[in-house]
Design a protein around this ligand. Structure first.
Ligand SMILES: Nc1ncnc2c1ncn2[C@@H]1O[C@H](COP(=O)(O)OP(=O)(O)O)[C@@H](O)[C@H]1O
Ligand SMILES: [Mg+2]
Length: 251
């Protein structure tokens, strides 16, 4: 589904990503791990068109993405969440999710502000669908709450709901478990598995080895911008270099 070939990205003198190759297969949960500064978020930013690569190629179902704008890439079915919470704090949970939906609707935000009859019908459909998505992430009862009033874990779930509102086939999640407690992490793991089982391919970055090793079909390890290991969770866990570069450093 996603193919990254010989991808490099430099910021001035910083070699953030160096000749990285990997694929994400349809129906997988794939994880990318590595210490801070390894280049994980940069890879997400290149895939989603936020920054251009210095060299290399990204293809999505065979189509090159590297010249497309972020909205065009999102429209192809790649959704994402960010490393830090990016909600509209004063808006309700439902409104935040509806925004994600508006981004893919025919009318768009400006047109729906004009509120013709057909726009009102579309608005109602967006509301309906957004509530279904909130139900899927077990947040429907919080739909009317102001986003910033939610506990942190539920704000993160709201962001996943907003990304889902764009009906992605590939979902990129940048540290979705950061700041979550044990129960929230378990709930997130269950949700990601359910999404995968419903046909959404997931590519996530996270530092929580328990979560990553439990839910991932495949794990990719980056260190200083380079891929140092890739394989099934058990294989990667045993990889000496990985242990030295990352797992060991965490102990
Ligand atoms: N927009 C940017 N401008 C300059 N340097 C950046 C930018 N984004 C990332 N970097 C640098 O690239 C390297 C990789 O960062 P990042 O991709 O955020 O790592 P990770 O997500 O693995 O922690 C770091 O040295 C970081 O400072
Ligand atoms: Mg990062």
């Amino acid at each position: 589904m996603l193919e990254v070939r010989e991808l490099s990205k430099e910021f001035g003198g910083v070699r953030a990503v160096q000749r990285v190759n990997f694929v994400v297969r349809d129906g997988q949960i794939k994880a990318m791990i590595g210490p801070n500064g390894a280049g994980k978020t940069t890879i997400f930013n290149v895939i989603t068109g936020v920054v251009p690569p210095s060299r290399g190629l990204v293809r999505f179902n065979g189509q090159p993405l590297t010249r497309l704008k972020p909205y065009a890439i999102a429209a192809l079915g790649i959704g994402r969440t960010f490393q830090t919470v990016q909600l509209f704090g004063e808006m309700t949970v439902l409104e935040n999710v509806m925004l994600g939906r508006h981004l893919r609707s025919r009318a768009g935000l400006l047109a729906s502000a004009l509120r013709t009859a057909s726009m009102r019908r579309e608005e109602a459909a967006i509301r309906e669908r957004s509530l279904e998505i909130l139900e899927r992430v077990s947040l429907k009862d919080k739909a009317g709450h102001v986003a910033s009033s939610l506990p942190y874990g539920e704000q993160r779930l709201t962001e996943i709901a907003r990304a889902l509102a764009m009906e992605p086939v590939l979902l990129l999640l940048d540290e979705p478990a950061a700041g979550l407690n044990r129960a929230e992490k378990a709930r997130l793991g269950g949700l990601l598995r359910r999404l995968r089982d419903r046909g959404i391919t997931i590519f996530l970055v996270d530092h929580h080895m328990d979560l990553v090793m439990e839910i991932s079909d495949e794990v990719l390890v980056l260190n200083y911008g380079e891929k140092i290991a890739e394989g099934a969770p058990g294989e990667v866990q045993r990889h000496a270099e990985v242990v030295a570069a990352y797992l060991g450093a965490e102990e």
